[in-house]
Design a protein around this ligand. Structure first.
Ligand SMILES: NC(=O)c1ccc[n+]([C@@H]2O[C@H](COP(=O)([O-])OP(=O)(O)OC[C@H]3O[C@@H](n4cnc5c(N)ncnc54)[C@H](O)[C@@H]3O)[C@@H](O)[C@H]2O)c1
Length: 348
């Protein structure tokens, strides 16, 4: 599989490292591209990638690609997906797919109409602790889940590496809440309605930096989804999603430092479910970093088998519809039903 990476900025460094690890599995980046020519050149040199470009159109004109990985910010995604799919190149796009629901729909429709597979780099569900938790849940030991809490709150200075966050009108729900809403779907299924309260606790931010959401799932389960960049705690559980899921016969808790506690009947078992450290990952980011590798591998493996990725564009619309519903609910002050996703048949 011959691929290219578009966008060689802050988070793309994880993509570059992960693609390098995947070389052993027959997946190779043959080119990188960034409108900032120095960044493209630096990435190519650091990772031994043969060619670099500063114009995406030139990249597609010159390279024969099996896939492209787009790690630019959301405002650029629609144009880049149009370009990639017009060349028939399978496309991975970083989350959030786009700034709003209409643009997300346009992106998914573009790929669908071109007959080109589209996947979203929604990586939290691929984190090692999440896969452990899912296998315990699916084993049935706690019975049918009926309640959950998914909490992602810390005070680490994320504005240092992503200073543009201060100016985002939609901040924590769109940037991180989107991952946590995806986890709520992953563990408890689709959502019937949700309500949401937002807060702007850091005066430098123009968007919400704290969100508290209440979800009723189609299964009948209820969950709380929380995300905040303004939570002061020592130790700071930076980038850790803390989870409780309760079922009819027990519960699963994912606590600080990736300690999972499973209670089933009268017995409680504790285990460590953190990610191993890779050559290029470092604490405390390692679990997030490793999930980049796992997401890329899962997408490519699905495509090799001729399947849709688990986090296909169509699947990701279901997560984005929760983001959009959360903003609507926060504005209206009442529970909101998420929009219908993309119906393949009605878009022919
Ligand atoms: N999944 C995760 O866990 C996670 C974590 C952090 C960031 N992200 C996402 O990664 C994406 C990038 O964020 P970032 O903080 O790395 O941004 P960034 O600004 O550091 O990097 C973006 C890069 O894209 C380049 N670029 C912009 N437009 C381009 C174009 N048309 N063609 C080629 N290159 C172009 C810029 O020059 C820049 O180098 C965002 O969508 C963000 O939400 C995801």
């Amino acid at each position: 599989m011959r691929g290219a990476l578009i966008g060689c900025g802050f988070f793309a460094q994880n993509h570059l490292n992960a693609w390098q690890d995947l070389r052993a599995e027959g997946i190779e980046l043959v080119a990188v591209c960034d409108i900032d020519a120095a960044k493209a050149k630096a990435a190519a040199e650091a990772f031994g990638i043969p060619r670099h470009y500063n114009d995406p159109a030139e990249l597609f004109a010159n390279e024969k690609l099996d896939f492209v990985d787009i790690a630019t910010r959301m405002e650029t995604h629609l144009d880049l997906v149009r370009l990639a799919t017009s060349h028939g190149v399978r496309t991975i796009v970083q989350k959030p797919l786009a700034p709003d629901w209409e643009t997300c729909l346009a992106i998914v429709k573009t790929a669908h109409d071109a007959g080109v597979p589209l996947a979203v780099h929604e990586n939290f569900r691929f984190q090692t602790p999440m896969r452990h938790l899912k296998s315990v849940l699916d084993s049935g030991v706690i019975g049918k889940p009926s309640w959950g809490r998914f909490s992602f709150r810390f005070g680490f200075d994320i504005y240092k590496t992503q200073p543009y966050f201060h100016l985002e009108k939609r901040l924590v729900i769109l940037d991180s809440g989107i991952h946590i809403l995806d986890l709520a779907r992953f563990f408890l299924g689709e959502v019937k309605h949700l309500s949401c309260e937002t807060q702007q606790r850091n005066p430098k931010n123009i968007g919400e930096d704290t969100a508290t959401m209440l979800l009723r799932h189609v299964s009948g389960a209820v969950s709380i989804v929380e995300a905040s960049y303004e939570s002061r705690q020592i130790p700071d559980p930076v980038l850790q999603t803390l989870i409780t899921i309760e079922g009819e016969r027990g519960s699963i808790k994912l606590l600080e430092d990736f300690c999972m506690v499973v209670t089933a009947g009268q017995k409680s078992t504790e285990m460590q479910v953190g990610s191993p450290l890779l050559a290029w990952t470092e604490q405390p980011w390692h679990t997030l970093q490793e999930s980049v590798l796992k997401t890329q591998r899962a997408i490519i493996e699905a495509w090799k088998l001729g399947n849709d990725a688990e986090t296909s564009g169509i699947d990701n619309l279901k997560t984005f519809s929760l983001v959009e519903a959360a903003y609507q609910a926060a504005e209206s002050g009442s529970a909101t039903t998420p929009a219908e996703g993309f119906d393949k048949s009605s878009h022919y």
